[in-house]
Ligand binder design. Structure first.
Ligand SMILES: [Zn+2]
Length: 110
């Protein structure tokens, strides 16, 4: 059996508990619980949006930087992309280059 959906915040409602209100045939969270769930979702979405915005900026920067296939090898040299060959290392190299630090290390900060 799936839990009912709260008509106010649209999150699942536990079957029983102190954070549940009963209205005849339907249930909902308490007002405080709805606010807590919605604020947590807003914080999660803001963090995800910030992470995605960084990826968007990286993509746009690379799109401007790489104009020909031959430029990819040069780009890797320019970015100092020889140490940490992971997606995170690549992100650090792009971040450093975007900040005007060409050939900056893409190794994690100590
Ligand atoms: Zn709710």
């Amino acid at each position: 059996m799936t839990n009912p959906i709260c008509p106010y915040c649209k999150f699942p409602v536990p079957i029983k508990g102190a954070l549940v209100r009963h209205f005849g045939t339907h249930v909902a969270h308490t007002e405080d619980e709805c606010f807590r769930l919605l604020h947590a979702e807003i914080a999660r979405l803001r963090a995800e949006n910030e992470r995605l915005q960084r990826d968007v900026l990286r993509y746009r920067w690379l799109r401007e930087f790489v104009t020909r296939p031959d430029d990819v090898a040069m780009m890797f040299d320019e970015l100092g992309f020889s140490g940490d060959a992971t997606p995170e290392g690549f992100d650090r190299a792009v971040d450093a280059a975007m900040a005007g630090e060409p050939n900056a290390s893409n190794q994690p900060a100590p």
